[in-house]
Design a protein around this ligand. Structure first.
Ligand code: SF4
Length: 326
């Protein structure tokens, strides 16, 4: 069945000026997000995955900027939105859950006030009692006791705060939720519960979820597809099962080999990726991974490969999979 495209990220770059030069934190990235899918976006710290998540909401803090490309959401180029349009887009169509919900929740507002305000800002015609009713339904749907509706954020556990943030995202029927390390600060049991709920929410509401994380196990458990970033580049994207079974890009191979799995023989050592991620003010020429790559060839340090589709829905950014004359 043909998948419906929700968002198209086209040739997107985000740059930050620094005293020693411009940093390309996201560099000419291309991919789609499909309706109702869970896409896991992974990579080492500093690879650009959180910057990419913020760019999708046009939330890059100055002096950083989206310096190239566009984001097409449900057929509209959001780069052309003015302030009011953008504000409506952020609340109504896309919402973001951060690692620490305390930074997003107002500490002097109760849960009901957060939810009612969200509804009334975007739907001013909605009466307060009707907004309250919707808030109650949402809170119960997320497995939070109705009595918690009148709690302040500091009176909730970390897991409950994340569910409240999810509720704020869903109360207007958002099309896309971006969860940026949303489960990182939770213990494993609460994390597993939140992961289950996010999956159920996807199934029930048909919402798409962009799961930005360094937690490969979480992506393996939840995602339909995986996108791997390295030093600002998208280096591999495709079906989760295929990539976990046979990763193509040498960086993806190293990343997956460095994660313990249930079949891991205790006498074996985990793979340790050699070297460090590059300094993005002066990234290596050609493929940015070449100083760490066990398969590097002469061309790798001279020319940057393209992101090419090696089979339907599976693309790789590596000279091993493309004509070197291209
Ligand atoms: Fe390794 Fe070359 Fe592929 Fe880069 S392009 S990942 S250096 S083989």
């Amino acid at each position: 069945m043909e998948k419906e495209i929700l968002a198209e990220i086209k040739d997107l770059s985000v740059t930050y000026p620094t005293r020693i030069g411009s940093v390309s934190a996201v560099d000419h990235v291309n991919f789609n997000i499909y309706k109702g899918e869970i896409l896991g976006l992974v990579g080492e710290s500093g690879c650009g995955k959180s910057t990419l998540g913020k760019a999708l909401l046009r939330m890059i803090d100055p002096p950083g900027e989206i310096s190239n490309g566009k984001i097409v959401f449900r057929g509209e180029n959001i780069m052309e939105y003015d302030y009011n349009h953008l504000r409506d887009f952020r609340g109504r169509h896309v919402s973001m859950i951060f690692q620490d919900p305390m930074t997003s929740l107002n500490p002097v507002q109760r849960v009901d006030e957060h939810l009612i305000e969200t509804i009334q800002v975007h739907e001013p015609q909605t009466k307060e009692d009707s907004a309250l009713q919707r808030s109650k339904v949402m809170i119960e749907r997320l497995g939070i006791g109705i009595e918690r509706l009148y709690s302040y954020p500091h009176q909730l556990s970390g897991g409950m705060r994340q569910r409240v943030m999810t509720g704020i995202g869903l109360i207007l029927n958002a099309d896309l939720i971006i969860a940026d390390e949303a489960t990182t600060s939770l213990d494993v049991i609460v994390e597993a519960k939140l992961a289950d709920q996010l999956r159920e929410i996807r199934d029930e509401f048909g919402v798409s979820l962009l799961l930005i994380t360094h937690n490969i196990a979480l992506v393996a458990e939840m995602a339909d597809r995986i996108a791997v970033m390295y030093a600002g580049h998208l280096v591999e994207i495709g079906d989760i099962y295929k990539i976990f079974e046979e990763p193509k890009h040498p960086y993806t191979q190293g990343l997956l080999a460095s994660v313990p799995n249930i079949r891991f023989d205790t006498n074996e050592h985990l793979y340790k990726m050699p070297g460090e991620p590059p300094n993005l003010t002066h990234p290596p020429l050609g493929c940015r991974f070449h100083p760490r790559c066990p398969h590097a060839m002469p061309i790798c340090s001279q020319r940057e490969p393209l992101l090419v589709e090696i089979e339907e829905g599976w693309s790789v950014h590596c000279w091993l999979y493309q004509e070197q004359s291209s």
